[in-house]
Write a protein that binds this ligand. Structure first.
Ligand code: MN
Length: 285
C-alpha cells in the first residue's frame, strides 16, 4: 500500500494516478496527552489503520495525484538517522573534491558512524526546498529512506527486516562547508521524504533497487542499492546499537556518487524503483 499525507494533513492511498482520501481511518488513533510519546502515531498503529483503510477504500473519494500537495508521509518522526558516505564511489568523489569535503576528514562509515538530521528539517515532495546560504554550494543527495515500524534497541541484523514499516525516497539536502554534518543537513526543508511511503510488503528486495535523480532534466545520480557499503539490516543493527529506534524514526541510507549543486528555480526529479517518482522544486530561502 502507498500511503501519503496531502493538502491539509489528509491521509491518502495512492493507486495509479489517483489519491483516495482515507482520512477517516485516523480516528482509530489513540488520543494522547502530555508528555507525548516518542513515536509517530500513524506508524505506531499502522496495522490497525490499514485494516480501517481497507474498509473505507471502496467508498473513498479521490483526487488526481497531480492536483494534491504532498506532505511528508511521516508527520512526527522522533529522529532522522542518516548514513554518510555509504556508497564507495561517493566516498571517492567526496575525498577527491575539496568543494565537498572542506578539509573535513571523510572517513569510512564503519569508523565515523551515523549522524542525525533535525526532525524540523523535514518536508514532503509538494513543499519546495528553500535554500539558505545561497553563496555556498547546496547539493542534492538521493537516498533510499527506511521507516522504522517496530521499536527496538540492539536489533540484530537477522531480525532487522521485521522492524521496517516501509520505504520512501529521501533527499538529504546539504550545504557544503566546514560545519558538522548535523548542522549543514538540518536546515529547514533540507530533508525531503516522499512522495509517499510504500509499505514493506510491497518491496521484495530493498537491497536491489535502481534509482536516479535529475536536475532540470539532466541526469546527476544513478545507482542501485546493491552498492550500499553497509546494507539495510546492518544499518539498523548499527544504529540501534547506539539509539533505540522508535516507530516512525527514519533511516536515510546514504547517497551514491553524482552529488551536485542546485539553485533557486531548479526542479529535482527523484525516482526509486518500486517506490515511485517525485518532483521537488528548489527556491530561495
Ligand atoms: Mn546523505
Amino acid at each position: 500500500m502507498r500511503l501519503c499525507r496531502f493538502n491539509s494533513d489528509r491521509l491518502g492511498v495512492v493507486e495509479g494516478d489517483r489519491v483516495f482520501d482515507v482520512t477517516e481511518a485516523l480516528r482509530i488513533l489513540p488520543s494522547v496527552s502530555y508528555p507525548l510519546p516518542r513515536v509517530d502515531p500513524l506508524i505506531a498503529n499502522l496495522d490497525r489503520v490499514i485494516v480501517r483503510i481497507k474498509q473505507l477504500l471502496p467508498a473513498a473519494s479521490s483526487h488526481a495525484l497531480g492536483e494534491v500537495r504532498l506532505l511528508s508521509p511521516i508527520a512526527n518522526p522522533g529522529k532522522l538517522v542518516a548514513a554518510p558516505v555509504n556508497y564507495r564511489k561517493h566516498l571517492d568523489e567526496a575525498r577527491a573534491d575539496a568543494e565537498i569535503h572542506h578539509d573535513n576528514q571523510v572517513g569510512e562509515i564503519q569508523r565515523v558512524g551515523l549522524f542525525l538530521k533535525a526532525a524540523s528539517s523535514l518536508i514532503g515532495a509538494g513543499q519546495a526546498v528553500a535554500l539558505r546560504h545561497a553563496d555556498r554550494r547546496n547539493d542534492h543527495e538521493i537516498e533510499l529512506a527506511v521507516v522504522i515500524g517496530k521499536a527496538g534497541s540492539r536489533i540484530l541484523r537477522k531480525d532487522a527486516w521485521g522492524h521496517i514499516a516501509g520505504y520512501c525516497i529521501g533527499l538529504d539536502m546539504t550545504v557544503r562547508g566546514p560545519e558538522e554534518r548535523s548542522m549543514r543537513k538540518s536546515i529547514d526543508t533540507y530533508s525531503v521524504l516522499g512522495p509517499w511511503m510504500v509499505t514493506a510488503d510491497e518491496i521484495a528486495n530493498p537491497g536491489q533497487l535502481d534509482f536516479w535523480l535529475t536536475v532540470n532534466g539532466e541526469l546527476r545520480q544513478k545507482a542501485n542499492t546493491r552498492d550500499l557499503v553497509i546494507g539495510i539490516p546492518e544499518l539498523i543493527e548499527f544504529a540501534s546499537a547506539f539509539y533505540t529506534l522508535h516507530e516512525g524514526d527514519v533511516l536515510f541510507t546514504g547517497t551514491p556518487e553524482g552529488v551536485g549543486p542546485v539553485k533557486p528555480g531548479d526542479v529535482i526529479m527523484a525516482h526509486i524503483e518500486g517506490v515511485g517518482t517525485m518532483r521537488v522544486d528548489v527556491k530561495a530561502g
